[in-house]
Design a protein around this ligand. Structure first.
Ligand SMILES: [Zn+2]
Length: 175
């Protein structure tokens, strides 16, 4: 689950830093019936502000009033939702850096001493993480041990456990 907003990967034109931080501030500009909205992000190097387009030149009647309220309230939760929206990321040509912005909640480790356990992993946000790392942390194993269990067929899943995942998955661990 996320613990804070991820950093935004984008090159700063002032200082060449590649990371920006959102703090939940928006800018809304209404012109006659047309309305623009941006999420503001600050360069972590020099503090320069950049604008990420939420929408542009929308007819004000087409914008849900609830969304407008959240934009005007500088809603931090809305900033989180927008950064996780692939459409917003594509439109602004940004990627996210989730390092240090999430934690694993295992709900305790009572069950881990059983011979065979089935575990379901649920993502509260689409955070790309290595399953090997999650399994190691959640089951109190080293990454090398997790990789050995996979090789030996004692850790099996319907998904590929190498590489990164950002969707829920299940796995079975035999010891
Ligand atoms: Zn900068």
């Amino acid at each position: 689950m996320p613990t804070c907003l991820p950093l935004v990967l984008r090159r700063c034109h002032t200082c060449a830093s590649e990371r920006f931080r959102a703090n939940g501030k928006f800018r809304v500009n209404a012109n006659h019936k047309l309305i623009d909205a941006w999420l503001l992000v600050l360069c972590t190097g020099c503090g320069e502000t950049a604008k990420l387009t939420v929408f542009e030149r929308m007819n004000v009647r087409c914008v849900r009033p609830e969304l407008l309220d959240r934009l005007h309230d500088n809603d931090l939760g809305l900033a989180a939702e927008l950064l996780q929206d692939p459409v917003v990321r594509r439109r602004n040509r940004i990627a996210l850096d989730w390092a240090g912005a999430w934690r694993l909640d295992t709900g305790g480790s009572d069950h881990l001493d059983r011979e065979v356990i089935d575990i379901a992993v649920r993502f509260a946000a689409r955070i790309p993480v290595r399953p090997v790392r999650l399994i190691a942390e959640g089951c109190g194993l080293s990454r090398a041990e997790v990789e050995r269990l996979i090789r030996e067929g004692n850790l099996v899943s319907g998904v590929r456990l190498s590489g990164k995942l950002s969707d829920g998955f299940t796995f079975t661990l035999k010891r």
